[in-house]
Design a protein around this ligand. Structure first.
Ligand code: HEC
Length: 234
């Protein structure tokens, strides 16, 4: 037998041995594409229903209220259509219901590390199959970058009426103080692939956390921060 053949034999053996090693399962391309699509749907609605209104210079308080009232339900609608959980999260959250779990936190810390090292966040994506209790799950995460319009509600100089509203509704807010271009959190997908090795039950929708009634969060009612003194009309 020639040396070439015997080397090929060793390589084949090594490949078989590698294939027998217990290796983490690779996520299905279809799940990754569906997760990306969910992120794009959220981006689209955020742009159309919120950011474009700020660009048109509509009253930022009205836009804020529209966002706080509707953004969580967009996530729910996207989840129901895709039949997996789509959510948003961040390392410091505004809404405690969006707090990350350990896996999301670790991925976001890695994203921040890579961004600090000068890599382009547009290329960041995490996709893995994990065992969580008796569930085998597909997890996916993509960072979101804070743009100019995000600063209205997440920047360092948020205007007083919006600050008041945020203080009423999100007293533990950690979602402000960002500057443009920083990573502002992530879109997250979690899909149950099997339970105890068997097909999962049909996707069940989750309830949204309760919200403050609209009448309880008028900017004028909250005297948490003293507004700037107004000039008396002449
Ligand atoms: C009009 C105000 C407003 C604008 C503009 C805005 N946000 Fe938010 N953002 C909020 C509010 C309010 C919440 C909490 C929503 C909730 O209850 O889930 C939030 C939540 C988030 C969250 C989820 C994590 C958390 O902190 O609860 C992310 C991520 C996020 N915003 C990113 C962005 C990005 C990126 C932009 C710009 C492309 C943006 N936001 C623009 C008000 C705003």
């Amino acid at each position: 037998m020639s040396r070439r053949h015997s080397r090929a034999g060793w390589i084949a053996l090594a490949l078989v041995a590698a294939a027998c090693e217990p290796r983490p399962e690779r996520p299905a391309q279809a799940d990754i594409l569906a997760a990306r699509q969910a992120g794009l749907s959220f981006d689209g609605r955020l742009k159309r229903e919120i950011l474009d209104r700020l660009i048109r210079e509509e009253d930022p308080v009205a836009v804020y209220l529209a966002y706080a009232d509707h953004a969580p339900s967009w996530g729910k609608e996207i989840s129901e259509a895709a039949r997996f959980d789509f959510s948003r999260t961040a390392l410091g959250v505004r809404n405690p219901a969006n707090a990350p779990d350990d896996w999301e936190r670790r991925q976001m810390e890695t994203f921040n590390f890579l961004a600090d090292a000068g890599q382009d966040p547009e290329t960041f994506e995490a996709a893995e199959i994990l065992q969580e209790g008796n569930e085998t799950v597909f997890r996916w995460l993509r960072p979101v970058v804070m743009g100019e319009t995000c600063m209205t509600c997440h920047g360092e100089a948020v205007n007083i009426p919006i600050k008041l509203l945020i203080a009423q509704e999100y007293p533990l807010d950690e979602g402000a103080g960002y500057s443009e271009g920083q990573l502002g959190g992530a879109y997250s997908v979690r899909k149950v692939l099997s339970v105890d090795g068997r097909p999962p039950p049909a996707y069940a929708t989750r309830d949204l956390p309760a919200r403050l009634p609209a009448a309880a969060r008028q900017p004028g009612d909250a005297q948490l921060i003293e507004p700037e003194p107004q000039e008396a009309p002449p």
